[in-house]
Design a protein around this ligand. Structure first.
Ligand code: BDR
Ligand code: CA
Length: 308
């Protein structure tokens, strides 16, 4: 099985992505490295541990960066709830996080699974950036990096030009995206192009499984929030990125281009700048997901929720 390390800030859509990963027979989740992002680190760690408990998996959870590398950022509690999991007041998990820092765990696991590791980043890139500063040879041991982040034609979701994961810690994103010669990018615009019909999601959430029951509860507020604003479809950024990670053969349309992160700019800090016309002569570093097989994506989500 392919060793899979997930760097994440759970987060309701992170939770769906984790359930998809736990349910995949071709991958073995070897660790969850956790950053602050959607909400503060204490909550994202507690949420990761709780989700593992609900899913009945014993994956080690590593707490990482509690804030962006340089500048403070605002969280996304207005989407995910103050605790990041819809404020349902769940009893905390019995297990605690490991003592090892997430950045160190990323490096150790990259050695243990050198050349085979699939690294999937579903949150701000602070932990992976820190790991790279400790050891710049990290990319040589990672078989594939998949990043949920960016807005490739600048239709941002947190500022007009920028997507949340990149805008939360632009310096970290710059460090990571410029260090990996190749990575797969599932951006916010791909998210919007692969909506899930609320009515269908409700059916999947009614599955007779602990995972579906828990997910129905933690996602309720954000589904209502999104139904008010975005109509019939619900969007799972991290779920789509995980589908691309687990089953890349489901990608129908992918474009390779140079992608860089804007660190300044009054309107554009945190934007992902894609050189669509290859005008600067930079190498293509990103394989940008434009279209994924929607039926396959939906099958993966549905199966992840139904799993017992
Ligand atoms: C990304 O931001 C977070 O709120 C989500 O979990 C996802 O990773 C989407 O912009
Ligand atoms: Ca996330």
């Amino acid at each position: 099985r392919i060793p899979l390390l997930i760097d994440t800030d759970p987060g309701v859509d992170d939770a769906l992505a984790l359930l998809m990963a736990f349910n995949d027979p071709r991958h073995e989740v070897v660790g969850l490295s956790i950053a602050a992002g959607n909400v503060g680190l204490a909550h994202t760690v507690a949420n990761a541990l709780k989700l593992c408990e609900v899913a009945g998996v014993d994956v080690p959870v590593f707490a990482g960066c509690a804030e962006p590398l340089l500048h403070p950022a605002r969280d996304a509690a207005y989407v995910h709830g103050r605790d990041g999991f819809g404020d349902i007041g769940y009893p905390p998990a019995t297990r605690a996080a490991e003592n090892e820092h997430a950045a160190l765990a990323i490096l150790r696991l990259s050695h243990e699974h050198a050349g085979k590791l699939l690294l999937v980043a579903l949150g701000p890139l602070s932990n992976i950036a820190l790991a790279l500063k400790l050891d710049p040879t990290l990319p040589s041991r990672v078989a594939r990096l998949v990043v949920m982040g960016g807005a490739v034609t600048a239709h941002g979701n947190i500022t007009p030009a920028a997507e949340f994961n990149i805008a939360f810690d632009p310096e970290a994103a710059h460090i990571v995206l410029s260090a990996f010669p190749h990575f797969d990018l599932a951006d916010w615009e791909a998210t919007i192009a692969h909506g899930l019909l609320h009515d269908e999601v409700l059916g999947w959430l009614a599955a007779d499984s602990e995972r579906a029951r828990f997910y129905e509860a933690i996602s309720r507020k954000t589904r209502e929030w999104s139904a008010d604003r975005r109509g019939d479809h619900w969007h799972s950024a991290d779920g789509l990125a995980m589908a691309y990670a687990l089953q890349p053969e489901g990608a129908v349309e992918v474009e390779s281009r140079p992608v860089a992160v804007e660190l300044e700019g009054r309107h554009t800090r945190g934007a992902t700048i894609v050189d669509w016309l290859r005008q600067d002569g930079a190498p293509d570093n990103a394989r940008i997901l434009l279209k994924y097989d929607q039926a396959r994506f939906e099958r993966l989500v549905r199966a992840a929720l139904a799993a017992v």
